[in-house]
Design a binder for this molecule. Structure first.
Ligand SMILES: Nc1ncnc2c1ncn2[C@@H]1O[C@H](COP(=O)(O)OP(=O)(O)O)[C@@H](O)[C@H]1O
Ligand SMILES: O=P(O)(O)O[C@H]1O[C@H](CO)[C@@H](O[C@H]2O[C@H](CO)[C@@H](O)[C@H](O)[C@H]2O)[C@H](O)[C@H]1O
Length: 446
């Protein structure tokens, strides 16, 4: 039974919660895989909203600031108890020594099956809870009593699997507006695209502004992600080109479904110039944060200059935005595409903006290179065959062949590798050599 000296945690205001949690969160947040502010001290911390999901379980939205950098907003679901039972020891975050929660134990409630179960229960019934809004697809009935498990692994967010039937993705770094990982699966399902699991329930907040917080989708049982399959292929010394070809076809199918769902932009006569300027600005901003990029900046800029006159290859449309081998799942001999959130480091408005589909193609080609880098010596021929097969599969389903404009494709691959250098610096510094090896190669070719 939960006891506090004065007040129940459920009735605490955001400033009261902050008094108790500030010290713990400053220490705990940077250790989380999904926390984007690693290596930068949290100079500013604010609790923006608190909602009791059930007694002793707080839903929090917090703002973190790092001096001179834009603020970030994160979603946390924390449990508060007097003592943690042995089965929840691994969820321990700390014991506040100040404020109304002093002396109690704070823990990660997503690791508590009871909290995870109650969260699904909340999603099954549309309605409001403080600033939180729960909605669902009227056609789908999610059964009750599905057993939860937290998905382990390298993720930008946190996912819970329920009874191997549904998966709930809780967005960690949240942004104003609808998250494309809700918007796109809903739109594609309406258009009958079977390559993307549909959204069956979701929730969002009205405070401090409208932000998507989580999406429930059907869980593809027996699915293996493309990254795992590619590494297995490399380890066995096998070819991956049949899979890559099918993956190219699946990518083109999803691109075409996206044009049907969201339309295409009129062709921009200045598209090439704008593209080169945007890539250059992303490169410059990344080089400010990743010192290893600095020696390559001028050579990469001249490669971008070459695409200025050429345009973007195809009309801009909604795309995946962060396509790589970890975003595709193979189940029942078919590829599925997941995670339409786009590149987490980019602003949400930019991620929802129509773009050239070649950007996704470049993302997948970079991913074949990432996979090959995990083995020594790097299997250059394996990569080459995957690239060729992927583009051929794409061209088989689409009126556009990604190989038709090698310079444009290389510019997008460079842009992607620059993003990856930034991403790895922030999240997995040990992986920085992977995109840096590609940057060195691409700079050499330009
Ligand atoms: N519909 C699904 N069916 C089966 N597994 C899924 C499904 N959606 C996601 N997953 C698994 O969850 C992992 C993380 O999902 P993802 O949407 O990429 O989250 P994140 O944005 O946190 O990286 C995927 O790599 C995959 O293994
Ligand atoms: O978490 P997300 O899947 O949304 O994407 C982010 O994390 C990815 C790593 O988990 C990162 O992908 C990079 O590493 C992959 C191997 O782990 C590789 O397959 C990708 O090609 C490479 O970009 C992704 O960039 C990032 O947005």
């Amino acid at each position: 039974m939960l006891k506090t000296a004065s007040q129940s945690p459920s009735s605490l205001s955001p400033p009261q919660v902050l008094t108790s949690l500030a010290a713990l969160l400053r220490e705990w947040l940077p250790k989380q895989r999904w926390f984007a502010g690693k290596g930068r001290p949290v100079t500013d911390l604010e609790v923006l909203s608190t909602t009791a999901l059930h007694p002793g379980c707080l839903h929090l939205l917090i703002r973190t600031g790092h001096s001179g950098q834009p603020d970030d907003c994160y979603q946390l679901i924390l449990g508060v108890r007097e003592n943690l039972p042995l089965r929840l020891q691994h969820a321990f975050i700390g014991r506040p020594d100040a404020g109304p929660l002093a002396g109690l134990t704070v823990y990660d409630a997503l690791l508590d099956p009871r909290s995870a179960t109650l969260l699904l229960e909340r999603l099954r019934t549309p309605g409001a809870m403080g600033p939180l809004r729960f909605e669902r697809d009227a056609q789908t009935v999610v059964p009750e009593g599905l057993e939860p498990r937290l998905l382990e692994g390298e993720q930008s967010n946190t996912s819970l699997v329920y009874g191997d039937s549904y998966i709930l993705k809780l967005f960690r770094r949240v942004h104003q507006g609808i998250n494309p990982d809700l918007e796109v699966p809903r739109a594609l399902a309406r258009g009958g695209c079977a390559r993307v699991p549909a959204a069956v329930a979701w929730f969002w907040t009205t405070e401090p502004r409208k932000m998507t917080l989580g999406v429930l989708q059907p869980f593809l049982r027996e699915a293996t992600d493309g990254w795992t399959l590619a590494l297995q292929s490399l380890a066995a010394g096998e070819d991956f080109s049949d899979e890559a070809y099918e993956l190219g076809r699946a990518t083109a199918e999803v691109h075409l479904a996206l044009t049907r769902a969201f339309g295409v932009e009129p062709l921009d006569p200045h598209g090439g110039v704008r593209l080169a300027a945007a890539m250059t600005s992303r490169l410059e901003s990344a080089a400010d944060q990743v010192a290893d990029l600095v020696p390559y900046v001028s050579r990469l800029k001249s490669a971008y200059g070459a695409v200025a006159a050429r345009g973007t290859g195809r009309q801009a449309q909604r795309i995946h935005g962060d396509l790589h081998l970890g975003q595709v799942l193979r189940a029942n001999d078919r590829w599925f595409v997941i995670d339409f959130e786009g590149e987490p480091a980019r602003p949400l408005a930019e991620r929802r903006h129509p773009q050239a589909p070649v950007r996704d193609v470049a993302g997948m080609l970079r991913s074949f290179d990432y996979a090959a880098y995990t083995r020594r010596p790097r299997r250059a021929q394996w990569v080459e065959r995957c690239r060729e097969a992927y583009c051929a599969g794409y061209a088989a389903e689409s009126p556009w062949d990604p190989r038709a404009d090698a310079e444009l494709l290389r510019a997008y691959e460079t842009d992607r590798a620059v993003y990856e250098a930034l991403y790895e610096t922030r999240h997995r510094p040990d992986w920085l050599p992977v995109p840096m090896a590609a940057i060195a190669r691409l700079a050499e070719e330009s």
